[in-house]
Design a protein around this ligand. Structure first.
Ligand code: SF4
Length: 280
């Protein structure tokens, strides 16, 4: 059995959140650069150029990409052959606390969602999703989720008879209603199947899959293409200024579901797409 200490976990969590606060991943930068060439709207082009400039300044000067530095979400793949020496959640929260303090990142979490809404002042607690996997390592994928885009998420329990057309209509309608609010160009994560909460989890994981990656199932890859085409005909455009680049990509993940249902969830990620992966 391999032992992984609380300290190792909090170090990794802190470094991942610090790096993603300042640097979007290459897939996102490349997609924005490609959109700058293909976008036809002058206002849309100008918005894309500003987004690229913002990414560059953030990367070079170690400044947050956006003032909303997000709620911390961690996906942990824990090897069955490892022992966590201590409290896993406490270690993750210590890492988040350190990153948001050392990086001067805005603390955006309130302890009670409805009544007092008092800021916890260290951006914890972290949303943690655990998965047990073979092996003796620990892999962490973190994302700092801004709520301009998170608030535009939606879920619907479709009927199986709604089929592909029903899924497309729901996803396109959700992005259309969101308009400029999620800071387009966006990455649209779609979860299909499972149960209500599992579809939402799939949508979140889909939203942080690399832009330009394709679903391995050709039917779902074609669905991604069609959704991207339809969304980019909405005319919302970069920063909502009009144009063809409303979304940089649409990623779909799917899972088995019940014979009586067709759950569909949409999670939107803004152009400040902050996620990072590391392992111990
Ligand atoms: S949606 Fe994204 S880019 Fe817009 S304010 Fe929130 S974090 Fe920033």
């Amino acid at each position: 059995m391999r032992t992984i200490s609380e300290n190792q976990i909090s170090e990794l969590v802190a470094s991942l959140f610090l790096s993603c606060a300042y640097c979007v991943t290459d897939d996102v930068s490349n997609a924005v650069e490609a959109a700058l060439i293909s976008e036809e709207s002058p206002a849309g082009k100008a918005a894309l150029a500003q987004i690229l400039e913002n990414h560059k300044i953030a990367r070079e000067q170690h400044l947050p990409i956006c003032q909303d530095t997000g709620m911390a979400v961690v996906f942990a793949k824990v090897g069955c052959g490892c022992v966590i020496d201590g409290d896993f959640a406490a270690a993750v929260n210590a890492g988040v606390r350190r990153a948001y303090s050392e990086g001067y990142l805005r603390k955006s979490v309130v302890a009670d969602p409805l009544f007092e809404r008092r800021n916890t002042k260290d951006n914890t607690p972290t949303i943690i999703h655990l998965e047990l996997v073979p092996g003796d390592g620990l892999e962490l994928t973190v994302t700092a989720k801004g709520f301009g885009s998170e608030n535009m998420s939606a879920i619907k329990m479709l009927s199986p008879s709604d089929g592909v057309g029903g899924v497309i209509d729901f996803v396109v309608d959700t992005v259309g209603k969101a308009g400029p609010n999620p800071c387009p160009p966006v990455i649209v994560g779609v979860g299909i199947g499972g149960t209500m909460e599992y579809a939402a989890l799939l949508a979140k994981q889909a939203a942080i899959r690399n832009v330009g990656s394709r679903n391995e199932d050709e039917r779902y890859a074609k669905l991604e293409d069609e959704l991207l085409r339809r969304i980019n005909c909405l005319g919302i455009g970069p920063a909502g200024t009009g144009g063809r680049t409303t979304a940089l990509g649409v990623n779909v993940l799917f899972a088995p579901t019940h014979i009586a249902g067709l759950p569909v969830a949409v999670n939107i990620c803004c152009h400040a797409a902050r996620h990072a992966k590391g392992s111990i």
